[in-house]
Write a protein that binds this ligand. Structure first.
Ligand SMILES: Nc1ncnc2c1ncn2[C@@H]1O[C@H](COP(=O)(O)OP(=O)(O)O)[C@@H](O)[C@H]1O
Ligand SMILES: [Mg+2]
Length: 284
């Protein structure tokens, strides 16, 4: 795994990071691939991917984040903004550059394959053949050094990037910010996943996650009731992510919520989400 940022750190930390990277190379154990997706923007996908990754890293895991959104917000929050598309997942898709060469360690203890604006071109450049939609799955499952967990941050479009995430993942987490358009986006995801089922040859495990929940707003509980009617009960997270100022502030400081405000309600909610996924056997 790349340690390109490590030269910015003091020697002792640098050695510790190198040790962790070596551990990552050496390990062979089951991994979980989680795609965070909703066909609507601004619903908490990046916030969820960021804090799932950071929360896992706090549990002594070495998760790998993959930023499949051309806006690359996840990469920016982790402080990684490649100037060249070739230093992002773009080169993985275009010329099969190994993910391990693209990934960089972040200060949250997460490895990250950054995104880049050029990713918008991939749909036109690559088409949607079976070979192309399975590219990420093949790379993750063929890797001789698998991370414990992989979290993929998706963009809201069901294009080649999101299809790669869906085909590669063991679990899809669908954040629904407590409003109607986010709920409609989630319904669209349910329809898309159902349409893909014959190709996937299984019902893809999924969890709908209510985010930006505000108990004082009627709309929040109305959206929750709609979710309960539209989706299978076992597929709605018990954990709700409340509207929380620390979650909104932390990206501006380039921090995950655990480093920005470890005692906040936002940190508590994302901790409990990870507990729930671990408890359900969905995450190691
Ligand atoms: N639980 C929350 N409480 C407050 N603000 C939130 C919460 N979740 C997300 N946000 C904010 O909402 C905006 C959209 O969230 P983001 O995760 O970027 O959505 P997406 O990736 O789906 O577009 C961001 O400004 C983010 O900081
Ligand atoms: Mg996003």
């Amino acid at each position: 795994m790349g340690l390109e940022l490590s030269h910015l750190l003091p020697g002792r930390q640098r050695a510790a990071l190198r040790h962790r990277a070596d551990g990552l190379r050496a390990k062979i154990r089951p991994m979980t691939v989680i795609a965070v997706f909703n066909q609507k923007g601004g619903v908490g996908k990046t916030t969820t991917a960021l804090n799932l990754l950071a929360g896992m890293a706090q549990r002594k895991q070495r998760p790998l984040g993959i930023d499949l959104d051309p806006q690359a917000h996840l990469s920016g929050i982790f402080g990684i903004r490649p100037r060249l598309a070739d230093d992002s997942v773009y080169s993985f898709f275009m010329r099969q550059r190994p993910l391990a060469e693209i990934s960089q360690i972040t200060e949250s203890g997460v490895f990250l394959c950054p995104g880049h604006l050029e990713l918008t071109k991939l749909d036109t450049l690559l088409g949607k053949s079976v070979n192309v939609v399975n590219r990420l799955r093949s790379a993750l499952h063929g890797a001789d050094a698998a991370p414990d967990s992989v979290v993929i941050d998706c963009c809201p479009l069901l294009g080649i990037l999101s299809l790669n995430a869906i085909f590669a993942c063991d679990l899809i987490v669908i954040p629904v910010s407590a409003d109607y358009l986010a709920f409609q986006g989630a319904q669209q995801v349910e329809r898309s996943l159902n349409a893909l089922e014959p190709v996937l040859k299984r019902r893809l495990p999924r969890r709908y996650l209510l985010t930006r929940f505000d108990a004082r707003r009627k709309m929040s509980s109305e959206v929750f009731d709609l979710m309960a009617m539209a989706f299978r009960p076992g597929e709605i997270c018990t954990t709700r992510i409340a509207e929380n100022v620390s979650l909104a502030e932390s990206p501006a400081r380039q921090l995950d919520v655990f480093r920005h405000a470890p005692q906040s309600a936002g940190a508590r909610d994302y901790r409990s989400l990870i507990d729930e996924l671990v408890g359900a056997g969905l995450v190691a």
